[in-house]
Design a protein around this ligand. Structure first.
Ligand code: SF4
Length: 238
């Protein structure tokens, strides 16, 4: 069902290499993917290699990434990431979870994003949306991200893990919001044990859909797309 609901699901951070994805995921902490994508073209052009990050001028990098917030910490992480890659991995981002998690600024969640999207190694990305949705669906009662990752991983074929993560995160960003999920305009109403957590009345729920495909999402849920206001279509998925 999620596959049909979100045929456009993908990694929302623009990137052209494992290094670029690693950098973008570090910048995405406490920041929208859209904002990160506004900053990265200049950043990637200025620092094409790990060695460029390692030797970067701190002030210049801070200015480039300032719009993403926490720019001092993020600059530290990027410079240290570049140094670690040069010192330990010949300037290349490694393609193994055990290596990735040893790098500055890269936790297990980020490592799985990099594996799944830059190396085609299936990975489950347990972010805040993923955690909320699998609990609402009562697929697990775990609260620890690593335990959630293992519990959900056991339910789905490994080859599907990366796309499953994208689809769940897409649903969390566009339909099943933290505060007011759009239950009355959701394709999962008949399956979801938490149906009713948000408004069930189609007119109220349709207003809560977000993103450029908000009207398609309404149609998929059997709701009149005219009920989706223009600002919902323009709204950035958080
Ligand atoms: S029915 Fe409501 S709680 Fe369940 S997935 Fe849809 S929006 Fe989320």
């Amino acid at each position: 069902m999620l596959t049909e609901t979100h045929p456009d699901a993908h990694c929302e951070l623009d990137h052209g290499s494992p290094l670029e994805l690693a950098v973008a995921t570090i910048l995405s902490a406490q920041c929208t993917d859209k904002k990160v994508n506004e900053v990265t073209p200049k950043l990637f052009a200025r620092y094409p290699t790990a060695a460029d990050y390692a030797g970067a001028d701190r002030g210049e990098m801070e200015e480039l990434i300032r719009p993403t917030g926490f720019y001092r910490n993020k600059t530290n992480s990027l410079i240290q990431l570049g140094q670690a890659l040069v010192e330990r991995y010949d300037g290349q981002v490694p393609g193994r979870l055990a290596d990735l998690v040893t790098l500055p600024g890269i936790g297990r969640k980020t490592a799985n994003v990099i594996l799944g999207n830059a190396f085609d190694v299936p990975g489950i990305t347990v972010d805040t949306h993923f955690q909320r949705l699998v609990r609402r669906w009562e697929l697990t009662t775990e609260t620890d991200p690593v335990k959630i990752e293992h519990a959900i991983g056991a339910m789905f074929p490994k080859r599907d893990w990366t796309m499953l993560s994208h689809r769940i995160i897409f649903h969390g960003r566009r339909v099943c919001h933290a505060r007011k999920p759009a239950c009355g305009a959701c394709t999962l109403t008949k399956l979801c044990p938490s149906y009713g957590t948000g408004p069930t009345e189609p007119a109220a729920a349709a207003k809560l859909l977000k993103g450029p495909r908000a009207r398609d999402l309404a149609v998929a849920a059997g709701v009149d797309p005219e009920l989706v206001p223009a600002q919902a279509v323009q709204a950035e998925a958080p």
